[in-house]
Design a protein. Structure first.
Length: 149
């Protein structure tokens, strides 16, 4: 079973690497040094990190045997734009339907028999369901663009 380290030791061990890269503030460096004066386990950890880091930094660089090519993201950008346009079209359609429906409500009164508007369109449940469906559609569109590598 693994060893248990206090939360302070965990934090200090994370800061040791940052200290080697010169990314700690003066206060953080003093706090790390103070902890290392009293903690043998973290001191041993620091010695190992210092030795490993110096070995890596002194090693000669090797040229890759094959060139590294990073693919362009032009296609992914196009797909994202297409998805954004389709989501925008759905939102515009919903806004148009709601706008026409609300206008009809004002013309014919609120739920009278003469109204051609179905009563379920006036419920808050229906409106929230439309918004939820539009959100789910948007999420499905965005998830379809994310492909596992």
């Amino acid at each position: 079973m693994g060893s248990y380290y206090s939360p302070v030791c965990e934090r200090v061990r994370g800061q040791i690497s940052l200290d080697l890269d010169g990314e700690l503030s003066q206060l953080e460096r003093v706090m790390v040094a103070h902890h290392l004066e009293h903690c043998a386990g973290c001191n041993t950890f620091r010695d190992g990190v210092v030795a490993f880091t110096s070995e890596i930094r002194q090693a000669t660089l090797e040229a890759p045997t094959h060139p590294i090519a990073i693919p362009r993201l032009r296609r992914a950008r196009f797909e994202l734009r297409a998805a954004a346009l389709s989501v925008g079209a759905v939102a515009a359609s919903i806004a148009l339907l709601l706008g026409v429906g609300l206008g009809e409500k004002n013309l014919f009164g609120n739920g009278s028999k003469d109204s051609a508007r179905p009563a379920y369109l006036d419920s808050q449940n229906y409106e929230s369901r439309l918004v939820q469906e539009a959100s789910q559609y948007r999420l499905r569109e965005l998830h379809s663009l994310i492909r596992p590598v």
